[in-house]
Design a binder for this molecule. Structure first.
Ligand code: FAD
Ligand code: 2HG
Ligand code: ZN
Length: 475
């Protein structure tokens, strides 16, 4: 019997025959969300509990077969799909989808890694709590993937990234041991923080099987505005005013370039995008305030902020949501941009971060270089300005063959953008991670000392290199 046949038998014994998929259409597991790469797995394995994950990992380790942990497969950097060799096992956490416990006094929720983000949000909301991690993929991404990538999203300005929301993990190591770190403690200085090592490691150091996450009281008031601004400088100025006037009440601050919004109008005709006809507004902002104040008090401060912003010329016009449904509709516009971009065709993404104060200068210089080097290339610029994180994306010229544009020009486009990111002391991946798509770029842009420490950690924890090999680092 070949090693692979033997392994498949062991996997069937661990998770049941129906949960070892080898035939049929496996594209949901083998094709990445952006359609950048299509892989081929040896099998897709779907364990239902932590012990079964450990059994799968042990069997694969013994056979020297590598594992690709996968949650909702919504990642942006080709990290959760197998390579084309047909020799990797995709370990899908989707069946591990239970909310294990909610501790109201400790303000924590304990969940299986395969819990869909929106399910966690909704479960907590029903009990009167806010789980603030939020992003457009929340209907299908999982908390394991969120922690694996240290996802950001639209509430980071107030609540932080997935990392800041996590108080403990349960992890299966590359050798198949189970580490129970679900302490839920807010203070614990007993040596290296393994939780933080695992968060953002993109499945290269172990499989997250459970997590304990922070909760907050549900906000009493939520106010949202969609504002037209005369420039990116004005958007940064508005952000400063919002911090001043709203303090911790500022929970969301997103910027959107006019072209990015035009893609939403083009591909989702039913989504009404306000204030689009103004010729003097290259950028728009969605700003959210939520806190425990009474509606009247919060609204007074919010309106004062808009008044001052208009007086200073950093807001030209604004639509304030009058109901929860209107607020949702305004957020929906922002959240539709990645989907609209995907409809428009293959594209080049740059998920970058730079000091907020320097973003306008960065965009001015980089826009100019790109437009000169690639006439007609369309710049799709939007993102989490409150966190200094732009999705500075590039779409092929209108009518051009997008596949050919990526094949011929992606490298040069990336060089222009990432060299500028270096000049501004920024990061080439703010929230999506590295995967295999940015692995080479990481090697070029991260310091050799940092890369050396990262390699040492990988070597110490996964000497066999079976945990998502070729992601983040080249072995
Ligand atoms: P997957 O795509 O399945 O996996 C992502 C990575 O995590 C892979 O390397 C995988 O191996 C690893 N992984 C998955 N599960 C585990 C596990 N249990 N243990 C260890 N490693 C694991 N990202 C943001 O940060 N902010 C956004 O605002 C945002 N918006 C998005 C909007 C859209 C429309 C889409 C499609 C994506 C968006 N993303 C965003 C990217 C993506 O949703 C996030 O990266 C998300 O955290 C991935 O979760 P997932 O369950 O789909 O993980
Ligand atoms: C978002 O903020 C996501 O909408 C996706 O991080 C960004 O598609 C992108 O470039
Ligand atoms: Zn984002």
């Amino acid at each position: 019997m070949s090693t692979h046949t033997e392994l498949l038998e062991q996997l069937r014994a661990a998770v049941g025959t129906a949960n070892v998929l080898t035939d049929g259409n496996l594209s949901a597991y083998e094709q990445d969300w952006r359609k950048r790469e299509r892989g081929k797995s040896l099998a897709v394995v779907r364990p239902a509990n932590t012990a079964a994950v450990a059994a799968v990992v042990r069997a694969c380790a013994a056979a020297g077969v590598s594992i690709v942990p996968q949650g909702g497969n919504t990642g942006m950097v080709v990290g959760s799909t197998p390579d084309a060799s047909g020799t990797q096992v995709v370990l899908s956490l989707q069946r591990m989808n239970q909310v294990r416990a909610l501790d109201a006094a400790n303000l924590t929720v304990t969940v299986d890694a395969g819990c869909v983000l929106q399910v966690i949000q909704e479960t907590c909301e029903k009990t009167g709590f806010l789980f603030p991690l939020s992003m457009a993929s929340e209907g299908s991404c999982t908390i394991g993937g969120n922690l694996g990538t240290n996802a950001g999203g639209t509430q980071v300005v107030r609540y932080g990234n997935a990392r800041e929301l996590c108080l403990g993990l349960e992890v299966v190591t590359p050798q198949g041991e189970i580490w129970d770190g679900l302490s839920g403690l807010r203070k614990d200085n007993t040596g290296y923080d393994l939780r933080h090592l695992m968060i953002g490691s993109e499945g290269t150091l172990g499989v997250i099987t459970g997590a304990i996450m922070k909760l907050y009281p549900l906000p009493a008031t939520q106010l949202t505005v969609f504002a037209a601004v005369p420039s990116l400088e004005a958007a940064v100025q508005l952000l400063g005013l919002a911090h001043q006037h709203l303090s911790a009440g500022l929970t969301g601050f997103e910027v959107m370039g006019k072209f990015a919004l035009s893609l939403v109008s083009k591909h989702f005709a039913q989504t009404r995008v306000p204030l689009q006809d103004r010729a003097d507004t290259p950028y728009y902002v969605v700003l959210e305030n939520s806190d425990q104040e009474s509606e009247a008090h919060a609204r007074e401060r919010f309106e004062r902020l808009l008044e001052v912003a208009m007086e200073r010329g950093c807001v030209l016009d604004a639509v304030v949501a009058e109901s929860i449904n209107q607020a949702r509709a305004l957020w929906h516009i922002r959240e539709s941009i990645p989907l609209a971009q995907a409809q428009e065709g293959l594209n080049i993404k740059h998920d970058i971060s730079i000091a907020v104060s320097r973003i306008p200068e960065f965009v001015l210089l980089t826009d100019a270089l790109l437009v000169q080097a690639f006439p007609g290339a369309r710049l799709v610029n939007y993102g989490h300005l409150g966190d200094g994180n732009l999705h500075y994306n590039v779409q092929a010229p209108a009518g051009a063959d997008a596949e050919a544009f990526l094949r011929d020009d992606e490298k040069s486009v990336n060089t222009i953008v990432y060299d500028m990111v270096d000049r501004f002391n920024g990061s080439i991946s703010a929230e999506h991670g590295v995967g295999s798509l940015k692995r080479e770029k990481l090697a070029q842009h991260k310091s050799p000392v940092a890369l050396g420490m990262m390699r040492a950690i990988k070597q110490a924890l996964d000497p066999q290199n079976t945990m998502n090999p070729g992601r983040v680092l080249q072995h």
